[in-house]
Design a protein. Structure first.
Length: 264
């Protein structure tokens, strides 16, 4: 369970957790967290922000510990105040860990593993990358265009690509995709389906109709519905990734791109 009133923070923490193979539910307030945790108390861990309106992290911890089924739930507390501010606070006894923001991804990963008693986790491939993944761009060189209007999603996807050895240009709308192709050709387009002005489906249709040389287009969408997947293929997309996706899923999708010589 991730509890933070800031949408961007929730998205980043969720993507990180899912990249580590975890299933994460989110709550935007202490009240929402209490409701979710009371309804389904079988969580392995909760990551709580300290500064939230109405009910802050301290009050949330106190209320959680009043409920018998949640007294043993491990809690990682994120605070921008610094641990010294809470050093002598009684709440310390209820926490599995206290981290000061901004928290590095590796720092949070190591703490999660320590709290959950996961062994052999000094370096996680999804956090630090690997030598094999880092060489993918040398094995399969590609000019990549990322079509995504959400800043957080842009940063996350660019970071994943970087770990695979790639860099990418960015377009924030379907119109910008078409403009980018007027400047140069791209081998691969990572195409968000929902974008302003011109969405990914329409942009794909334009590319299929207008370009003499066709790029490989992978749809990026938060929807898991079969009809949405079919709409992507009908528009002319070649493959499909459900957001948020892990680095291994992105790597597998790139490896599946047919080579220009016709080999797989």
């Amino acid at each position: 369970m991730i509890v933070d009133d800031n949408l961007t923070n929730r998205q980043i923490l969720t993507l990180q957790a899912q990249g580590w193979g975890m299933v994460a539910d989110v709550a935007a307030s202490g009240v929402e967290a209490l409701r979710l945790l009371s309804r389904s108390p079988d969580y392995d861990l909760a990551i709580l922000d300290q500064q939230m309106p109405e009910m802050d992290g301290v009050e949330l911890v106190q209320r959680l510990r009043l409920r018998p089924q949640l007294r043993s739930l491990p809690l990682i507390f994120l605070t921008s105040l610094g641990s010294q501010e809470l050093k002598d606070h009684p709440i310390q006894r209820e926490l599995a860990a206290l981290l000061t923001k901004p928290v590095k991804q590796t720092q949070l990963y190591e703490m999660v593993c320590r709290v959950l008693k996961i062994e052999g986790t000094e370096v996680a491939p999804s956090v630090m990358g690997s030598a094999i993944d880092g060489a993918l761009a040398e094995q399969i060189p590609l000019r990549i265009l990322l079509a995504e209007d959400n800043r957080v999603n842009q940063q996350v996807t660019l970071k994943l690509l970087s770990r695979l050895g790639y860099r990418a240009d960015v377009a924030a709308s379907g119109d910008e995709v078409l403009q980018a192709f007027q400047r140069q050709y791209y081998d691969l387009v990572l195409m968000d389906v929902q974008m302003p002005l011109m969405d990914g489906l329409e942009a794909t249709q334009h590319l299929r109709q207008e370009l003499p040389k066709q790029p490989y287009i992978i749809a990026l969408t938060a929807s898991a519905l079969e009809r949405d997947r079919e709409a992507c293929y009908a528009a002319g997309m070649d493959a499909y990734l459900s957001k948020p996706f892990r680095i291994q899923e992105l790597s597998d999708a790139i490896r599946a791109i047919p080579r220009q010589d016709g080999s797989e």
